[in-house]
Design a protein. Structure first.
Length: 222
């Protein structure tokens, strides 16, 4: 392998690392589990593996009848990154977190593979599209105001009909209850855990403002 090609391959790895780092930087600013270093390493590693797949066996196939399929390493990368992405997904009280981060890792591996195979323009363009989509889709765009699901936990004084009153409050604000769990925590106190669907343009902050008006509700978490 001549020096010019080796320099070009090093450049591919560096570009892949920069693109992955750009995506990771945006994720880290959102306080996500996989940040700059993770995305950078995934892109760099994917790029390196693509280079190995394309050029790593040239010493044994030149001038021989041996034929190799470079795509086999690409398929293994996709499978391997799938396990890595699964590690960023976790469930807490019926709320799933980390799906976007896992998808970002998977896409980062893809752009690393693209740059590793010499497709610079599509790799860099994909990085720009991915970073911009992550940034702008976090903004409160009017046409993206969709209903949100959330888990609310309330500590209430277990007075007569207090649970019924909570249901009435939610119904008055068009909050759909998917499931509810009531547990006695003390002789005169109870904990309500409700998985709800909030209407459009209704945020958890609005929920707290509505619920906190009632004296029998001592605390709320959402």
């Amino acid at each position: 392998m001549d020096w010019y090609l080796q320099a070009e391959l090093i450049g591919r790895v560096m570009i892949a690392a920069i693109c992955g780092g750009a995506i990771g930087y945006e994720r880290k600013n959102r306080l996500k589990e996989a940040g700059l270093r993770t995305h950078l390493i995934v892109a760099l590693g994917a790029s390196l593996m693509m280079i190995i797949s394309k050029y790593g066996f040239s010493d044994i196939i030149n001038g021989t009848s041996i034929r190799l399929d470079p795509s086999r390493v690409a398929s293994c990368i996709i499978t391997g990154v799938g396990f890595l992405g699964a590690g960023t997904i976790f469930v807490r009280k019926q709320i799933i977190n980390g799906l976007t981060t896992a998808a970002g890792l998977w896409a980062t591996a893809g752009l690393g593979m693209a740059i590793g195979s010499g497709m610079y323009i599509i790799g860099i363009a994909s990085t720009v599209i991915l970073v911009l989509s992550q940034i702008f889709l976090h903004k409160n765009l009017r046409f993206l105001h969709l209903p949100e699901s959330d888990l609310i936990v309330m500590q209430i004084v277990d007075v007569e009909n207090s649970i019924s009153k909570v249901k009435e409050i939610l119904a008055e604000n068009n909050i759909l209850v998917h499931s509810v769990k009531v547990e006695k925590t003390a002789p005169n106190f109870a904990t309500i855990e409700a998985f709800v669907k909030l209407p459009s343009k209704f945020t958890p902050t609005n929920m707290m403002e509505v619920i906190s008006k009632y004296d029998f509700i001592k605390s709320i978490e959402c």
